[in-house]
Design a protein around this ligand. Sequence first.
Ligand SMILES: Cc1cc2nc3c(=O)[nH]c(=O)nc-3n(C[C@H](O)[C@H](O)[C@H](O)COP(=O)(O)OP(=O)(O)OC[C@H]3O[C@@H](n4cnc5c(N)ncnc54)[C@H](O)[C@@H]3O)c2cc1C
Length: 490
Amino acid sequence: MKKKSVIIVGSGLGGLFSGAILSENGFQVTIIENHYNVGGFASCFKRAKSRHEVGIHCLDGFVKDTVKFREFEKLGIFENVEFVRAPDFYKIKTSNGMISIPDNIEETESTLCEHYPLEKESIKKYCNILNNIQSEIEKSSSFENDPYQALKIPILTKYKNYSLGKYLEKNFQSNELKSILMANICFYHDNPKELNFLIFMYGNSFYFKNGCYFIKGSSQTLGDYLKSLIEKNNGKFLLGTRVVGLEYKESEIQSIQIQKRTNTETSKLSADCYIFNNSPYTVSDWIKNESLLEIKNKQRQEPSISMSTIFLEFDQAPKTFGLSGYMSYFMLSEIESKIKDINAFCFIDYSEIDSGLTGDNKYIAAILFKDDYINWFHKSKEEYLRIKEHTIEFVINFLDKQFPGIKKSCTLAEMATPLTIERYTLNTHGAIYGFSFKNRMFSAENFLKNNISNMYFASAWSRGAGFSFASLSGIETAREIIGEYENEFF
Ligand SMILES: Cc1cc2nc3c(=O)[nH]c(=O)nc-3n(C[C@H](O)[C@H](O)[C@H](O)COP(=O)(O)OP(=O)(O)OC[C@H]3O[C@@H](n4cnc5c(N)ncnc54)[C@H](O)[C@@H]3O)c2cc1C
């Protein structure tokens, strides 16, 4: 089948990776992006001389000879974009002060055993799962009908129906240790009882094995590089332009309708095939026919969690006040968390690495916490602004109590909520990981099935979330279109 021109709706990682690979392979690529710069969540915004990262604070490292590594190499990303390694995976405040969790399984095991000697056996068992889960998953499909499956993939067999909460409850005594182990649950979901244990361990094993990285100068650097590559191959970007509908006939998309953000006139655009990097709920509204686009397990599949971010600038480095570490987690007590419905937050200090975010004598940081769209939806403008202001005050005061003086050093604090996320990326309910990880079993399936011959999806919604999976969604979709798609794990 001849498919030479492609329209991509959205320039998030899924859109940019599919566009870059297709344009390198001779396709005529047109990307339509509602925003005025590319990247979706993988972007930055500027304040004075500083840049603030929007949504890729920490990405898992690279393993040679994997699909992701090979495609990054082919696209020349390693020569043009710098990845800066964080000093450890994360730090977390405990009753004994800050504990560092290294990006290394052996060191994590000895750190935890040192602090919690009574739980040594359970810690070892946990680290053993981290060590082996990737290889079990990679070989699992070859044992599908094997009677000895349980012996060959014991971790997957034993824990396939475990939630993270169930595993931790069954295996650990100390509540503090449980909190340490699930500190970064917000990478996936918010409720340990609803998050599949294997999904959590598989995701985390990449950080523990390959390190935790930041893109120097912000993730915008990567987006801008991919854009330049697509343009070099004669690809086009229509920025500040929104897709508002589509037309299809006999199970084939005929055209999409676009509208400039500056006026209300619409026009049509056609191509041989179409890739949707935007919310499938929006696409589903355009299609209005469930037999053509099926959102798998629709009842169960709801949008993922969202987050709020407080973007910060300081005139002194946070470590001056004793707050050192790139990514530090703070758990709030029950009383504290009731005040603002925040039970934990993460402080990211870009001055701890060579982040390339500031050209001035400023120290850039961000506070992130899990948040819900409904906490903000339907609020009047006044109330929305008032709650935002109180939330900033509450979190900064919390930090100032533990690191006196830090509040005075803070020269900028701006907050983005799930509503801000929805407004800027048009992701339904400000979802940051596509579909929810709630009660989801481990699987590498594509969540979107459709019966339209020239329609493809590439985003956190289609194959998985975060930097790696959103990038892979673009890589795999491009390969599917090119006809080279092989079912490989990265
Ligand atoms: C606060 C925050 C922190 C995060 N931290 C991390 C992290 O540390 N590590 C990590 O790996 N992941 C993190 N993530 C998640 C990660 O950023 C996303 O999962 C990933 O970038 C999603 O990429 P995507 O391809 O799905 O596209 P998106 O980023 O969702 O982009 C979609 C694009 O489509 C455009 N669009 C939508 N509708 C239309 C339309 N109708 N017409 C034209 N254009 C349209 C949007 O403007 C947007 O540019 C974070 C996300 C957030 C918000």
